[in-house]
Design a protein around this ligand. Structure first.
Ligand code: SF4
Ligand code: SF4
Length: 126
């Protein structure tokens, strides 16, 4: 079963992707490339581009609704790991549905998501 995120990417260009700033601090064990983030306040950083409107994460590659990939998939921040495509675990995902709707994409149907997939866009194969 294909990963539905690979031809979507809507959530990467809809939500503000914010997280505890230490996720982007190497010396504290963070993995998110700091140069791709912006500091929002003393506690929170965000993926650059997602703090703006219209939002689009600077790490998102490709065309939304066609073919996309996350340029820092292995190092993406916690919100990206937590947002699951609808029906991945047999559960609805209102956040997924809302982001897709904002880009004119229909909500995923259960058969679209059955099988092992990983959440938002996986890297482009080398
Ligand atoms: S989680 Fe949902 S909105 Fe985000 S890329 Fe996957 S299918 Fe699209
Ligand atoms: S999954 Fe990647 S491209 Fe999408 S918002 Fe997160 S860091 Fe950005």
């Amino acid at each position: 079963m294909a990963n539905p995120c690979l031809d979507c990417g809507a959530c990467c260009a809809f939500y503000r992707v914010s997280f505890y700033w230490a996720e982007a601090e190497l010396f504290l064990g963070g993995t998110v490339p700091a140069e791709l983030t912006t500091q929002l306040n003393p506690h929170l950083a965000a993926m650059r581009g997602t703090e703006a409107r219209p939002a689009r994460c600077v790490a998102l590659q490709g065309r939304i609704g066609e073919a996309v990939a996350c340029g820092i998939y292995e190092h993406r921040p916690s919100p990206c790991r937590e947002l699951m495509p609808a029906w991945l675990d047999g559960e609805a995902s209102p956040k997924c549905d809302k982001a897709r709707a904002a880009h004119g994409l229909p909500p995923l149907e259960p058969p679209d998501c059955l099988g092992p997939v990983s959440n938002p866009p996986v890297p482009v194969p080398a």
